[in-house]
Design a protein around this ligand. Structure first.
Ligand SMILES: [Cu+2]
Length: 255
């Protein structure tokens, strides 16, 4: 095939009305998905730990990179549904041209997908390493977390015999949670800190985090655990070191 015939083919292709329409729809849907990218991380609230910052950055970047791919699929589907719909009860008179075995399309699709995957993989590995370093150091305060249909219990074992059903944490201090369950399997999820671990009966799982923001955040069970699973949520109150100590002393604990 000579270069002239390729350029002629491309010119003919882009002159078709449906190509221009799909292209415009592609731009439209790409922008719509792109606009959603910075918004979706805000939907989960402010980042209350370094891990959550990493999670939000990753979700935003992945959405930006997926936007043109999703946009193209939305464009083709929307255009096909609207323009090539069979009207009434009559069967379509003819079929559209088959694109199976179209070499350039296949090559372009594989190249673009591979490139996107490689970029996302490199980004993901780098961010995962950042998340690991942000987990906190050896000297973390240990708190026991117990899932129980359908409440969470927190034991502050380093501060005496203190138990609560809402979690209290001092800001900027690393915490190590020992997580377990007394009945079925639950999942301990601190939403705005971007950390989650299974709470399994008969086993103890570890989770580390350092809260970086003072405020009240959400704790949810992220594993279907029976009738009231959806009501198995509580709060974490991240407070100053002084306020944390005052709360511990008020509840019969020690420093
Ligand atoms: Cu649960």
């Amino acid at each position: 095939m000579s270069p002239v015939s390729v350029s002629t083919r491309i010119r003919h292709f882009t002159k078709r009305t449906y190509v221009r329409h799909v292209f415009l729809l592609w731009i439209f849907f790409t922008i719509m998905v792109g606009l959603f990218a910075p918004l979706q991380s805000k939907l989960m609230g402010p980042a209350a730990s370094t891990q959550m910052e990493v999670v939000q950055e990753t979700m935003t970047l992945f959405t930006y990179m997926a936007a043109p791919v999703a946009g193209l699929i939305f464009a083709v589907v929307t255009y096909s549904l609207l323009a090539w719909r069979s009207k009434g009860f009559v069967a379509p008179q003819y079929e559209g041209t088959n694109s199976r075995g179209n070499g350039p399309t296949t090559v372009a699709w594989i190249l673009v997908s591979s490139l996107l995957c490689v970029v996302l993989l490199i980004w993901g590995l780098a961010e995962m390493a950042d998340g690991q370093t942000a987990r906190g150091d050896e000297r973390a305060r240990i708190i026991n977390v117990t899932g129980n249909q359908w409440v969470w219990n927190f034991d502050y074992i380093e501060n005496g015999n203190v138990r609560s059903q809402e979690l209290y944490l001092p800001v900027n201090e690393p915490v190590l949670f020992h997580v377990t369950s007394v009945d079925v399997n639950h999942s301990f999820w601190i939403v705005q800190m971007g950390v989650k671990v299974d709470a399994n009966a008969g086993a103890v799982t570890d989770m580390r985090v350092t809260p970086t923001l003072i405020g009240d955040f959400d704790i949810r069970c992220a594993e279907l655990c029976g009738l009231n699973h959806s009501a198995m949520f509580t709060k974490v109150h991240v407070v100053s070191q002084g306020d944390y100590l005052a709360w511990i002393l008020k509840n019969g604990g020690h420093q």
